[in-house]
Ligand binder design. Structure first.
Ligand code: SAH
Length: 406
């Protein structure tokens, strides 16, 4: 006789009252200690259906038994079947949100931005004809083949590359034979991938670079810096591959200095300038690189600059580091202000989700007030539309622009 295993019953969960109302209000995370009842143990990536107090469907999400975020919500509201057609419509919705945002001069941007786009723990970036799929949770691993087919079918591309956050790499290798940098579709890229952003050409190290190879989230700030750079000597601290610098050069900066601790990043910045020498302004701009610890160099070096970009890596990796990070932001920006020439402009950024926009802006304003110099606030910028932030924990990016008059 041929026995087939019975199909597993759907994983059904009940939550604490507080978690239930948080989910109902649209928050995408259910923490392990909020799960009150489960009909059986669940596996990574399976769908978990959440029922409310009245036994009515509340939400459905991706289960992850190994993560403190036990369920990542895909849908909340009326009952829906998550099948191929649902995924297709879900992808179409995210793509529609980007319709009209970019013209042909911009071929690098984010297509799927995690939770805030309805794709919790998943990011998809376009770099010209290369797509980079980055996973931050193991819950996607059992669905990877399905997602690859979905993406390949609906988004024209030459290749799809897989990137995995460090915390899931071992599990992905052992359980699924997937590795960071794996080619999911097409041929491997020959070297760095070149894309364009507002007509500026950049390389992205899609196989090994931070995030998916480039900081696409700073596009609007790069444009703002371009518009402020004419005739100025510009310092780009924590420059990475010189994104702000190439824009500053195109905007007519007299000189641009890239400052980063990583030689690898500075080599990439040089190549990014070389990619754009067709632009007379970029070709004419003096470009220097300095490999040093930015905190130490800014304090020790005597030169002054007329525009300074300070965009450090996250200074608070976890919530407990929040207060120390706020102090570090104030200190860093105080150092930056000391290095500003008369009538200089400070462009101060933070990408720490644990420090709120207000806390960060206040820290920079404090540094400016304590300097005793007169200044005006030009503007602040938050998330660009291809990196939406739909809930508090997703808000990480903030930049403030101050112009000093003495
Ligand atoms: N502003 C960049 C992104 C910054 S990422 C952009 O828009 O593309 C952070 C960068 O800071 C990385 O390149 C890293 O190498 C560099 N970095 C980290 N710690 C540093 C330090 N103490 N001094 C100088 N650079 C540092």
């Amino acid at each position: 006789m041929d026995f087939k295993p019975a199909p597993p019953t759907r994983l059904r969960l009940r939550l604490t009252a507080t978690a239930e109302s948080i989910v109902r209000s649209g928050h995408p995370w259910v923490f392990s200690d909020s799960v009150q009842e489960a009909n059986r143990p669940g596996q990574a990536g399976e769908l978990a259906v959440i029922f409310d107090r009245k036994d009515k469907f509340l939400a459905v999400g991706l289960f992850d038994p190994d993560s403190p975020i036990r369920v990542r919500i895909l849908h909340v509201g009326k009952p829906q079947t998550i099948d191929g057609a649902w995924w297709q419509a879900h992808l179409a919705q995210a793509l529609a949100r980007r319709a009209g945002l970019f013209d042909a001069t911009t071929t690098g941007y984010r297509l799927l931005h995690g939770e805030s786009d309805g794709w919790p723990g998943l990011v998809l970036d376009r770099y010209d004809s290369t797509l980079v799929l980055k996973l931050y949770t193991a819950a996607w691993l059992p669905r990877l083949a399905e997602m690859r087919t979905l993406i390949q079918t609906h988004i024209p591309c030459e290749r799809i590359l897989l990137r995995l956050s460090r915390n899931i790499q071992a599990f992905a290798e052992k359980g699924f034979h997937h590795h960071d940098g794996q080619i999911l579709h097409g041929a491997p890229p020959e070297g760095a991938v070149i894309f364009s952003e507002n007509g500026v050409r950049f390389e992205a190290d899609v196989l090994r670079g931070q995030k998916t190879g480039f900081f696409l989230d700073q596009r609007e700030n790069r444009q703002a810096v371009e518009a402020l750079s004419r005739g100025r000597r510009v310092l780009n601290a924590f420059s990475f591959s010189g994104g702000f610098s190439v824009y500053a050069a195109r905007g007519g900066a007299k000189s641009v200095t890239d400052l980063d601790i990583s030689a690898h990043a500075l080599e990439s910045a040089k190549r990014n300038f070389a990619l754009n020498t067709k632009s007379p302004a970029i070709a004419a701009c003096r470009h220097e690189t300095v490999q040093a610890d930015a905190f130490k160099w800014i304090e020790a070096d005597p030169a002054k600059f007329e525009l300074i970009v300070l965009d450090p890596p996250s200074l608070a990796k976890r919530a407990t580091e929040r207060e120390g990070a706020i102090r570090a932001y104030e200190r860093l920006n105080a150092l930056g202000i000391q290095k500003l020439a008369r009538e200089g402009i400070l462009v101060a950024g933070s990408c720490s989700a644990h420090v709120s926009a207000l806390e960060f802006f206040e820290a920079v304003r404090r540094a400016a007030l304590k300097s005793g110099r007169k200044f005006a606030e030009l503007k602040t910028l938050l998330h660009p539309p291809d990196h939406p932030a739909g809930f508090k924990e997703a808000e990480y990016l903030k930049v403030i622009y101050l112009k000093f008059s003495i």
